[in-house]
Design a protein around this ligand. Structure first.
Ligand code: MG
Ligand code: MG
Length: 255
């Protein structure tokens, strides 16, 4: 069942999304050679704490910590890790590609957003992958309009990435979001025009293209969380929480 949100709800989600956007920007700027992914997780925890103190009524909390047992504040996925990587003592090195996927709750509403950043200087191919995946997200967002179908949205992302010789991950998809982190519908980054659920005003969805330099097949690690490319190729992931309004798509988590 798809939960439609009223204008007031979307306004509150937008406030929370702006906070998440600021946090993610700070986390992205913090990434540099020599730090560990645990250091990034620690900063994510501190950011939640400081914003929660600033806006006590909003009861800001990390959305992923404890979600289905996830053990950290933020998902950090390095190089061939696609999503849901667990922070660790792993040291980041020049040339690594790091996906930061973060979520908070704000007045009980979930917000979810992700960026992928390079550590120092990264390869030209990796840089192109990051730029294309970010652009694919923008293309998908532009399709998030009442009357369009989810197949139109997925197709637009897939077509752009594949025409640039990148592969689109199939096994993991975007999702509806609101009082729960994951709500209906599934929001695939692939599809056929004219197929799937019709988008309606009041829907709030997390659009999150995942692309790779190699093949699209992924596998779950032994840790039960981390998804990696099977061919060990580098992956990128960008995500925004987006509301479908009468005036078109409204990005709630911009930064
Ligand atoms: Mg996410
Ligand atoms: Mg998500």
């Amino acid at each position: 069942m798809i939960n439609l949100k009223g204008e007031k709800n979307i306004k509150v989600m937008l406030e929370g999304g702006k906070i998440l956007g600021q946090m993610l920007q700070e986390l992205g700027n913090f990434v540099k050679p020599g730090i560990t992914t645990n250091d990034v997780d620690k900063l994510a925890k501190e950011l939640v704490f400081s914003f929660a103190k600033k806006y006590p009524k909003a009861k800001i909390q990390p959305a992923f910590l404890g979600y289905n047992g996830f053990p950290a504040h933020i998902c950090i996925s390095v190089n061939d890790e696609v999503v849901h990587g667990i922070p660790s003592e792993k040291v980041l090195n020049e040339g690594d590609v790091v996906g930061l996927d973060f979520g908070i709750t704000y007045y009980g509403w979930n917000l979810d957003s992700a960026i992928t950043v390079g550590v120092g200087k990264i390869s030209r191919q990796a840089q192109k992958l990051l730029e294309a995946t970010k652009k694919a997200l923008e293309i998908g967002i532009d399709m998030a309009r009442a009357g369009n179908k989810l197949g139109d949205l997925g197709f637009s992302i897939q077509k752009f990435l594949e025409s640039n010789d990148f592969a689109v991950v199939r096994d993991l998809v975007g999702h509806g979001i609101g009082e729960k982190l994951h709500e209906d519908p599934y929001v695939p980054n692939y599809g056929e025009p004219g197929e799937g659920e019709v988008l309606k005003e009041g829907m709030v969805i997390a659009i999150e293209p995942m692309a790779t330099l190699g093949d699209w097949h992924v596998a779950l690690d032994k840790d039960g969380w981390t998804w990696r490319t099977k061919d060990k190729s580098i992956a990128a992931h960008f995500e925004h929480t987006v509301a479908i309004t009468k005036d078109g798509p409204l990005v709630l988590t911009s930064h």
